[in-house]
Design a protein around this ligand. Structure first.
Ligand SMILES: [Mg+2]
Length: 201
């Protein structure tokens, strides 16, 4: 089961741990989880984070602040609800730091639940591998963890479709050329590689 993850956080360099501000998670089945931490220190935030993240956070009357322990318990419920028999798969976008703050909700990486992978898949890497097609526009709400997590799901769906269409075009070219040359088996690995390279560039 895929879970699309985004966090907002405060990063203050190597002398201080990264602090979680908020976490959004969207499951591939459409369910959503969103939490804002009660444990970060806003004074540590950079001017950019203050302006683009803290200033746009929902007030506590709308989204109650939760301790990291409460966020962990809520998130576990959210994930276990569908994944007792299936390993969760986590996806983020430029997600190295998201993954660190995510793991720290559990204490550290070694404290992750047994069936969790110890890594997060990065949509940006997948996008690079596919030569950076234009991803869907996000519109309003960027830097809100839930809005960003929703966009991650959208980006995954876009890349998945894009990859399939590229693979289809490459396979079609190979078969088409193979037919012209009296059967696909006449193509050697070098020729096939050349066709795929041309098709993908
Ligand atoms: Mg974000």
């Amino acid at each position: 089961m895929k879970f699309y993850l985004d966090t907002e956080f405060i990063e203050s360099g190597p002398s201080k741990p990264i602090q979680l501000i908020s976490l959004g998670m969207v499951c591939e089945d459409g369910r959503e989880f969103y939490a804002i931490s009660s444990e970060f220190n806003p004074e540590d935030a950079s001017p950019w984070v203050k302006e683009n993240v803290l200033a746009t956070l929902e007030p506590a009357t709308i989204v109650k602040r939760r301790s990291l322990h409460e966020i962990k318990m809520g998130m576990m419920d959210f994930i276990w609800n569908t994944s007792i028999h299936e390993r969760p798969q986590f996806w983020g976008y430029y997600c190295d730091y998201d993954w660190v703050v995510f793991c720290q909700i559990f204490g550290n990486m070694m404290a992750l639940p047994k069936n969790f992978p110890m890594y997060c898949r990065d949509l940006k890497q997948w996008c690079d591998d596919l030569r950076n097609p234009d991803l869907p526009a996000q519109g309003k709400g960027e830097h809100n963890a839930l809005t960003d997590a929703r966009w991650n799901k959208q980006a995954w769906e876009f890349l998945s479709k894009f990859e399939r269409s590229k693979a289809f075009r490459a396979a079609y070219s190979i078969i088409h050329l193979g037919t012209l040359r009296n059967g696909i088996q006449v193509l050697g690995p070098d020729e096939i590689e050349k066709i795929i390279t041309e098709e993908f560039s």
